[in-house]
Design a protein around this ligand. Structure first.
Ligand SMILES: Cc1ncc(COP(=O)(O)O)c(C=O)c1O
Length: 362
């Protein structure tokens, strides 16, 4: 059953079916939709941005040299193993455009971040979807089995979006070795919240690409900064295709400051775990089926009183609450929503709305 929402686009005169992205949905007053940091960002970032205001009249450093030095130390790689982009979404797009020719295949989990599918299709590639297991874990064996002659790379998302489930680090590393030399892109957008990074394996594994973002735990979604790490030959290849000024001056200095504030990230982790557990418990009390998550997204199957997630989301929207409808994710059907925990005040407001809706349907 294809419940995934598709939208027509013109492409070379033909209509191309692309996934409709939830990023364009409306945010309402009680917003649990996009996974931004509920604490904002490190307060030190605002001070640096104010100080740097004069920089807007000049072109930024095209090589982001100071930021690259910071990242080099942080990830223990050389500078030609790092590529910066305008949000990690631009780097997903870049990897697809550079590695794919018409009808080349990319193997990836069916239930994951929808932008992967979009980028593959826009690069005229063919996504090969592998169903997740019953418990929503990514099926690495299943993915391996689908690798064929036309496969150009594999995408894994750890922890996965929308489930918040992490893949065991050892299992990812074994997988990367087993499929070598096929490139494996591991999107670690939410790794600060849960799971263990494979970034240290870059020095031994030429086929590993790791993607990071400053939009989630670091709270800088508006600055649009993504980081791609990998072997020198792969990164050099991608570098040829980027624009001369991928990061603006503000983004460069803000990221250096944000990366340095480990206390803020620690505070974010503690808050996320507390609010995630709070919401999971409270929703279970209200007979919603909630799947355990290690990260900043929670997948929820709606209470049986509601005929569909769409109906439930409509009721939430009417009460000024926005969440992501599970229909935005391939293969999920119309019974799930994705929520991203917020500060306690917003989470309580969300639960109060649910109680009001439940009282009206019971
Ligand atoms: C798994 C994953 N990868 C990448 C992104 C894109 O992040 P950005 O383009 O803000 O860096 C997101 C954002 O939702 C995500 O969930």
């Amino acid at each position: 059953m294809l419940t995934h929402r598709l939208k027509g686009r013109f492409f070379n005169g033909k209509i191309m079916k692309l996934p409709k992205l939830y990023a364009f949905n409306k945010k309402l007053e009680i917003d649990l939709s996009l996974s931004e940091n509920p604490l904002g960002c490190s307060p030190k970032v605002f001070r640096v941005l104010k100080k740097d205001i004069k920089k807007i009249v000049e072109y930024p450093d095209p090589t982001s040299s100071i930021l690259i030095s910071t990242l080099k130390k942080r990830f223990r790689v050389s500078k030609n193993q790092i590529l910066l982009g305008t949000g990690s979404e631009s780097l997903i797009d870049l990897v697809c455009r550079v590695l794919l020719r018409s009808k080349d295949e990319v193997v990836l989990p069916e239930l994951t971040f929808p932008l992967f599918e979009r980028a593959i299709l826009l690069a005229r590639g063919k996504p090969i979807f592998v169903k997740v297991k019953m418990n929503f874990q990514i099926d690495l064996e299943g993915i391996k089995a689908r690798i064929g002659k036309q496969t150009r790379f594999v995408i894994l998302c750890n922890p996965n979006n929308p489930t918040g489930k992490a893949i065991d680090r050892r299992r990812i590393l074994n997988f990367i070795k087993e499929v070598n030399p096929l490139p494996v892109l591991v999107d670690e957008a939410n790794i600060e919240f849960g799971g263990k990074s494979v970034v240290s394996a870059i020095k031994n594994q030429n086929n590993l690409l790791v993607l990071r973002t400053l939009s989630k735990a670091f709270g800088l979604a508006g600055l649009r900064v993504g980081v791609l790490l990998g072997s020198k030959p792969l990164i050099e290849k991608f570098k040829q295709f980027i624009q001369p000024f991928p990061l603006n001056s503000f983004a460069q200095s803000a990221v250096i400051t944000a990366l340095d504030d480990e206390k803020f990230i620690q505070k974010t982790r503690v808050l996320m775990e507390k609010e995630r557990n709070f919401l999971i418990d409270e929703l279970r009390k209200r007979e919603f089926m909630v799947f355990n998550s290690e990260a900043n997204n929670i997948l929820v199957e709606v209470n049986r009183l509601f005929p569909s997630a769409t109906k439930f989301v409509r009721l939430l929207n009417k009460n000024n609450v926005s969440v992501v409808n599970g229909k935005s994710f391939r293969g999920l059907g119309d019974r799930f929503i994705r929520i991203s925990p917020r500060l306690r005040k917003t989470n309580l407001a969300f639960l109060r709305v649910i109680d009001k809706i439940l009282a009206s349907v019971e």
